[in-house]
Design a protein around this ligand. Structure first.
Ligand SMILES: [Zn+2]
Ligand SMILES: [Zn+2]
Length: 407
């Protein structure tokens, strides 16, 4: 009897232990639901001036490990009936044949007209079900393509619900602000999470540092864009986008405006010719740590700064806990990394390299003496088909601050 009681008691405690471990792992499970999602938020197709069909582009990104993609055509959403003429060249006609082969005669709507191939483009609602699943999401988008006095002003609207025409205005800043406001207004009116982001400020040097500094309500801009004409690195007279980023955030910090976050995007247009003269897919993207693959989760994570921009370097972790910034690189064999901690001291408001760590892990104590701190991870691996010859793969984490308590 005693032995049996002992057995029951043991069973009871084993059971209790099992229950506890199940509860603990559930609790852990809850905490671990976030994962990294790879996505590109700036892409063009035949719906505007890109040279490929949306399905072929979706197919490329999905098969290259992306989890989300926004086709952001100029001043148009992929809705309604639109026919395109396949450009009169062997390369594009072959491209059309590949499209038919990949998706089938049944799927492709086309006809001949005076010896040219006319194709009806599939709408987002039509092509979306072909690609979306638990590991891939299509996000509606538009590149609001505007300008002032010959200067291009382009603003992307991610997860837009209704088409927005370019808003115009009496200066570059006003055009910029009015387009940003139009997206924020639609968000307000529809209740659908969406955000504007400023595209390639140095594209024909259309948007100046001063314009970016004066802007209100914007949270994102492209610190990196893969298009050949965007001058990511500036020139002898004008700052590159990374320098701009810090100068923008000095101004934003000083007037208590939320910090600007940096994106990397492809701005891909060319899908048949490759090289630095072309805007090709695969140059820059964001890695977002979200709890699920929905537009709302992706946007929530990005607005919380829980993402990084990259041209190839991947991170296992970037976190900011109790004033400590932690970076852990996902190490690839044979690749060396340098983690540069960049920040701005309140007493000396200019960006400085605060620490450089050779290796895959860095920790930095962020105190109130800094307006903000961020990290750039530079690898020694040469970027394949780069924006600029000789580029190496890098990643940029988002600025953090203890003053504002952000991120
Ligand atoms: Zn643009
Ligand atoms: Zn674009």
């Amino acid at each position: 009897m005693i032995i049996r009681n002992f057995t029951y008691a043991r069973l009871f405690f084993v059971g209790l232990g099992l229950l506890a471990s199940v509860l603990i792992s559930c609790e852990r499970g809850k905490k671990d639901t976030r994962r990294w999602y790879k996505g590109n938020l700036h892409t063009h197709s035949y719906w505007s001036d890109g040279d490929e069909f949306p399905e072929m582009i979706m197919d490329w990104y999905k098969s290259h490990g992306y989890n989300f993609l926004a086709l952001s055509d100029h001043n148009i959403l992929a809705e309604g009936e639109k026919w395109v003429k396949v450009p009169n060249s062997r390369m594009y006609e072959e491209g059309f044949q590949q499209y038919v082969q990949r998706f089938g005669e049944e799927w492709v709507t086309h006809r001949m007209d005076s010896g040219r191939i006319l194709v009806r483009l599939k709408t987002l609602e039509e092509y979306r079900p072909l690609f979306e699943d638990e590991s891939f999401l299509v996000i509606p988008s538009e590149e609001l393509t505007d300008g002032y006095d010959g200067r291009p002003v382009h603003v992307n609207a991610t997860n837009i619900k209704h088409h927005i025409p370019p808003q115009g205005g009496g200066s570059v800043l006003e055009v910029l602000q009015r387009n940003v406001d139009a997206v924020l207004r639609q968000r307000e009116e529809t209740g659908v999470p969406m955000f504007p982001h400023i595209n390639h400020p140095n594209f024909f040097y259309g948007v100046s540092l001063r314009d970016m500094i004066e802007l209100r309500g914007e949270r994102f801009f492209e610190v990196y864009n893969g298009h050949p004409l965007v001058n990511n690195y500036g020139d002898s007279l004008r700052p590159g986008t990374e320098t701009m980023w810090d100068l923008i955030n000095i101004a934003y910090s000083n007037r208590n405006q939320p910090l600007m976050y940096g994106l990397a995007t492809d701005d891909s247009h060319n899908y048949h010719q490759f090289g630095t003269a072309y805007a090709n897919a695969g140059r820059g993207w964001v890695m977002v740590r979200a709890d699920s693959l929905t537009p709302a989760s992706i946007i929530r994570a990005m607005e919380a700064g829980d993402f990084y921009a990259t041209t190839g370097v991947l991170l296992d972790d970037v976190s900011f806990d109790e004033g400590m910034l932690h970076i852990r690189v996902k190490e690839e064999p044979g690749v060396k990394y340098e983690i540069r901690i960049i920040g701005v001291a309140a007493s000396q408001p200019e960006p400085r390299e605060l620490e450089v760590v050779e290796g895959t892990e860095a920790h930095f104590k962020v105190t109130d003496e800094y307006l903000f701190v961020r990290a750039k991870v530079v690898s020694d691996r040469v970027k394949e088909n780069p924006f600029k010859e000789g580029d190496v793969e890098v990643a940029w984490t988002q600025p953090v601050s203890t003053i504002t308590g952000r991120q």
